[in-house]
Design a protein around this ligand. Sequence first.
Ligand SMILES: [Zn+2]
Ligand SMILES: [Zn+2]
Length: 341
Amino acid sequence: MKAVVLEEPGSPEGLRLRELPSPELGPRDVLVNVRAAGVCHHDVVVMRGVLRRGIKPNVVMGHEIAGEVAKVGGEVQGVSPGDRVVSILTECCGHCRRCVEGNEHRCLNGHGIGHGVDGGYAEEVRVAGLSLRPIPEGVSFEQAAVCACPIGVVLHAVRDLARPQPGETVVVTGAGGGLGVHATQIAKLMGARVFAVTSSAEKIERLQELGPDEVLFSPDLDFHWEVLALTEDMGAEVVIDTVGSAAFEPAFQSLAQYGRMVMVGEIAGKEIRLNPANLLFKDARLFGTSGVSRKDLDDALELVRRGQVRPVVTSFPLSDAAKVHQMLLDRQLFGRAVLTP
Ligand SMILES: [Zn+2]
Ligand SMILES: [Zn+2]
């Protein structure tokens, strides 16, 4: 089978299309014929070699996987050949404390798919049966591939952590990215007033089509002035930050008293500056989240099936993996790119 292997971390040239043997299955594993695999900023971080801990040498990248079941191990239940499936981002065990409480993405025996174990930039991938969920009818492989990360991730961030009330203001940073385009839609769906922040002029028009109340164009990331001006100096009750350190200060300054800020992305890998007095005088809450549980994935699939969240996806052939990574580095992609073998 063909697969894209990270042979030399550092740049997109280190990603090479190779012929590999078909993955071997254990009794709890499933062999999936990949139909679409999303390309995430996390993959770029792994590719650049910034994240080294827990990375398998010569790993097949990709943790956003949708496909068709080819074969199942002897102990797998509820998954059969021919099923259309999508994976959570973690290979989970199903019996540890975290798995039992429904936080399979924090499995104590887990491995990150696409960095700790081989992932979906391939024609075939081995996935633990427990990590797979069925794709509802009417949802395509390309759409399903983005239902765990990014859609399930931001669904949890907005719905379960930030919990915007109808009429509250939600600022989404990096709104043109894979997390941002879907966070914008989910916040709108919950009845919030949504400000979508982008630093790319060419993404403004497409962002407007997603229905935010305001698109804030901020190439210098000083958007807090505009947020304060639009909220009578009160600030936004919620910030969903998909950028991380580079946007932390303006994002935090945009936050109202009793505000909730959820950090779901980190592009630059830098430290942030925070005066604790500003946190406590604001009575603010800061959250971090990553990964997705089976339930959040199911909920994301259902929102997409009902047409309440529209996946923003562009397809590229698997052989374009290095090119797509470069496009992501150059911020040329709107929404999510998926690779199709
Ligand atoms: Zn992802
Ligand atoms: Zn577990």
